[in-house]
Design a binder for this molecule. Sequence first.
Ligand code: FDA
Length: 292
Amino acid sequence: MLRQAMLAVSKSERAERVITTSPLTRDVVKRYVADDVVDVIDGLTREGLLVTVDHLGEEVTDRAQAERAVREYLALLDRLPPGGDASVKLTALGLRLSEQTALDNAATICEAAAVRGLTVTLDAEEHDTIGGLHFVHATLRKEHPDVGIVVQAYLPDAIERCEKLVGARVRLCKGAYTAPGAYTRPADIDRSFVRCLRILMAGTGYPMIATHDPRLIQIASTLAVLDGRDVNGFEYQMLYGVRPGEQHRLAGLGGQVRVYVPYGADWYAYLMRRLAERPRNLAFFLRSLLSR
Ligand code: FDA
């Protein structure tokens, strides 16, 4: 219930106005969103962690704004270290205008990334964008076989999606939005996640295991051994600001760990999704507002 309410708030323009203009939210934002992205990338790289960087923004309905997002990504690519990845939301690139607009814009970013030896991963967003996401991904893959895609385990067709994504770079996550027919009980989402994980780890692609859940991380590590996956044949991914100790522990064991680093002024919807993931976060957020 609370999660649904928070996700509804993430779409409210009124709440966005109140929360983004309050100086009191700054500390909470700083926990999850990079203030100085270059500094954060450098720090994580020095610590032996990989990065995927997201220029925040989504649900763009204006062509010029989508073009601005492309320019921002092109500038960002110049700052990424070797092995760096850009996480891209197709609705920031104009998916709501047309699939072709998002495809053209994503292709520009993929081409620039390829020249620099970097990769791009397409985030998964609201359920009504998933068809467009797979269309854009399949089209881009013809030119850029290493373009990654996100599969959300809470969608009942996640297993089928994983089976079809033969040889692809696939980021598997639980799913941060709401969708009709989606699994909502944690046990169902976890079961779907593990079934997807089995397919991806036994397959020919490159699995990117995006979770902070200790049990799922343990299952992924076990499957990697059972499937004879090399440590360089898959990676763990976690969000900036979430379980940094675990990020370092896994990297210390020799695993590849990539941190998802969001930055930029358009942080509202992203922050609300992070708060929705954990009621304790919401309490922390409200306390920090009330204690000023
Ligand atoms: P779960 O929510 O059960 O959390 C497990 C534990 O992790 C918690 O008990 C807590 O300790 C810690 N934790 C989790 N979230 C936290 C938070 N916000 N603050 C503090 N602690 C927290 N979703 C999507 O729909 N599309 C996408 O493209 C992506 N992309 C993506 C990339 C990466 C790298 C990650 C890690 C996640 C995503 N997600 C996503 C988000 C994902 O779907 C999911 O909502 C979150 O990862 C939370 O789920 P967990 O698997 O971590 O489990």
